[in-house]
Design a protein around this ligand. Structure first.
Ligand code: KG4
Ligand code: ZN
Length: 345
């Protein structure tokens, strides 16, 4: 479906610890405001009840500021999109209910968006868009998914993690090294000062060719620390070497599977998305892979890697163009429903 004039889309994201509101005109971002709940750091992870309360405080002011930045009024909005899941139920409920309330009071259509689909298509926020079919690796705090994406509506799951997500592994190793939460950026900074070849951490070889496993890697880092630093006092140079070696092992595992998929499936683009896609070494390795296979590499800018409402508004727009509209009875959901993605074969 195409529309005679451009649509003003309001997107709301509140699935975890970022409240975000964005305004798009079709696929062009006019504003994308993100309020991160840094206070969770003190607890070593996200506290759901505190998260919900902070979303509640932030959502209305962010909607007002996003409209102001985009130079629009509420009455100019043509379509409202919000994350319905997966995520923390209490957190999701805030953004979703606010969006439904706006849809009802403005009499404008509402589209419920799957957060992971928001990440999958976030490459389309960039000037250079991916082309179908594309291979997408989603790496976030809660998910590690390798997908073959044929179109805006045909998403095939090739593999996923059998235990920890990639971001979760960064966060857990960070905690055991004493860096705190979130772990990815701190491990990355420490790794820059270390030697990635100093320690050989093993990565699980799985029978299922495209699946990942990171809990063994996390355990081997723990064993290394227990054996070499029983009092947990780790000199900075050792911390840096552990960070660099862990990061290399994890990235090697990701690259190995993507390389295998690129050998087996002919695609036009390779896209890396989700919070862990902010990692510079991983971004470089993906660009190298795409170059090797002579396909385009689309990695969103950092603001569109971590949780943001621009990707939610964009996915809402894509679904609406496809004829989708949701009732105001849509309920939030905590995890991806079983068999949500298609299976090849
Ligand atoms: O997509 P995201 O913002 O939230 C979820 O939907 O989970 O991803 C957050 C995850 C965290 O685990 C965080 O440690 C990781 O992304 N992360 C990174 C980096 N920046 C964030 N991991 C590795 N390197 C980074 N630079
Ligand atoms: Zn996310």
């Amino acid at each position: 479906m195409s529309f005679s004039r451009k649509l003003n889309i309001l997107g709301i994201e509140s699935s975890c610890d970022e409240t975000s509101v964005a305004i798009l005109v079709n696929d062009e971002v006019k504003s994308n405001l993100i309020s991160s709940q840094y206070f969770h750091k003190a607890y070593g992870g996200v506290v759901p009840e505190l998260s919900s309360r902070a979303h509640l405080q932030m959502v209305k002011p962010l909607v007002d500021s996003a409209l102001q930045t985009a130079n629009l009024n509420l009455n100019d909005i043509d379509l409202i999109a919000a994350t319905a899941g997966p995520g923390l139920i209490g957190a999701l409920l805030v953004g979703l209910t606010f969006a439904k309330g706006l849809s009802f009071s403005l009499s404008k259509p509402f589209v419920a968006v799957n957060h992971i689909e928001g990440h999958i298509f976030s490459g389309f926020l960039m000037e250079q868009k991916p082309e179908f079919p594309m291979l997408v690796l989603v790496v976030s705090g809660g998910h590690t998914l390798l997908l073959y994406v044929e179109s805006f509506t045909k998403i095939f799951l090739l593999g996923t993690t059998v235990d920890d997500a990639a971001g979760e592994a960064f966060d857990k190793v960070s905690k055991l090294l004493g860096f705190g939460y979130p772990g990815g950026p701190q491990i990355e900074t420490s790794a820059l000062k270390g030697n990635e070849k100093s320690i050989k951490f093993p990565v699980a070889e799985l029978k299922d060719e495209y699946n990942f496993s990171f809990s063994g890697l996390k355990t081997s880092v723990l064993r290394y620390v227990q054996n070499n630093f029983p009092d947990r006092k780790i000199p900075e140079s050792d911390l840096n070497n552990i960070s660099a070696s862990f990061q290399k092992a994890l990235i090697d595992a990701l690259v190995q599977k993507v390389n295998l998929a690129l050998n087996n499936y002919e695609v036009k683009s390779l896209s890396l998305v989700g919070g862990v896609a902010a990692n510079k070494k991983l971004r470089n390795e993906f660009n190298n892979l795409a170059e090797k296979f002579r396909i385009s590499s689309v990695i969103p800018s950092i603001d569109y890697c971590s949780d943001n409402a621009a990707m939610i508004a964009l996915r809402g727009f894509q679904l609406y163009q496809n004829g989708n509209k949701d009732s105001l009875n849509v309920a939030p959901y905590p995890s991806i429903p079983e068999n949500y993605f298609l299976k090849l074969k």
